[in-house]
Design a binder for this molecule. Structure first.
Ligand code: 5RP
Length: 237
């Protein structure tokens, strides 16, 4: 392997291990009988897998409410009984994030699932965020803010966003053969802002643009964040 590629591969492995570590710690915090919001993404993936193991090995009874089709199928394959927000509200929701600031404000939506994630995470008694330390920032905004947008509103939404000082970019599928389509059949527009002085205000402003279904700023929703660092897992509350 080329030395540069090897260094990159090793760094990816380390991040992956950190994600697994923090996800397992969160899964060990779950208690018998709980209804859980099941987040989306690679860190949430490890959490869901570990919950499945605990159900088999410890015979605990849990129910999950997935935040995406991805989490739905994974949880089902891991043997986690599923329910809906119609039937139960989650005791605890566990989800990853793309950025976390010291006030526990988040940017989410790297996996295009932020609409249902925000619904499930906000409905939970407690919302626990699990991340590796690359996600910890002093101020939100290096990661673009994802907007879930109704396709026919794409053009006017981008005009609104530009007028508000953002640089919008339609999220394309990995093969670049078309746009990413969300579980709700919408587009994702990623918006880069120069800075985000007030995440609460921006979250409300973006959701007031006609055609925006939901944006990826989660201001004041998280109760606790577990961060995997090189010195172990630390907690922010
Ligand atoms: C999906 C999300 C994810 O939780 C976020 O993108 C973090 O993903 P990962 O754990 O893979 O780094 O918000 O919409």
């Amino acid at each position: 392997m080329h030395p540069k590629k090897e260094v990159k591969w090793e760094a990816t492995q380390l991040v992956d291990e950190a994600k697994r570590e923090v996800a397992h710690e969160a899964a060990m915090m779950v208690t018998d009988g709980q209804v859980l919001g099941l987040g989306t993404g690679s860190t949430a993936h490890y959490f869901i897998e570990k919950l499945g193991e605990r159900i088999k090995e410890e015979e605990i009874e849990l129910m999950g409410i997935p935040t995406s089709y991805q989490s739905f199928f994974l949880a089902r394959d891991c043997g986690i009984p599923l329910t809906t927000l119609d039937e139960h509200l989650p005791d605890l929701a566990v989800d990853g994030a793309d950025e976390v600031d010291p006030q526990l404000n988040l940017i989410k939506g790297g996996g295009a699932a932020h609409t249902l994630e925000k619904i499930v995470d906000s409905a939970a008694d407690k919302f626990l965020v699990i991340v590796d330390e690359s996600k910890e920032v002093q101020k939100l905004g290096d990661f673009p803010v994802p907007l879930e947008v109704i396709p026919s509103a794409y053009r006017p939404v981008t005009e609104w966003v530009k007028a508000a000082g953002g640089v919008p970019s339609l999220r394309m599928a990995q093969m670049k053969d078309g746009p990413v389509i969300t579980d709700n059949n919408n587009f994702v527009v990623d918006v880069q802002f120069k800075n985000i002085p007030n995440p609460y205000e921006l979250e409300i402003a973006l959701n007031s643009i006609p055609g925006v279904v939901e944006n990826g700023i989660f201001a004041g929703i998280a109760d606790q964040v577990l961060i995997a660092t090189s010195n172990g897992v630390k907690s922010l509350e």
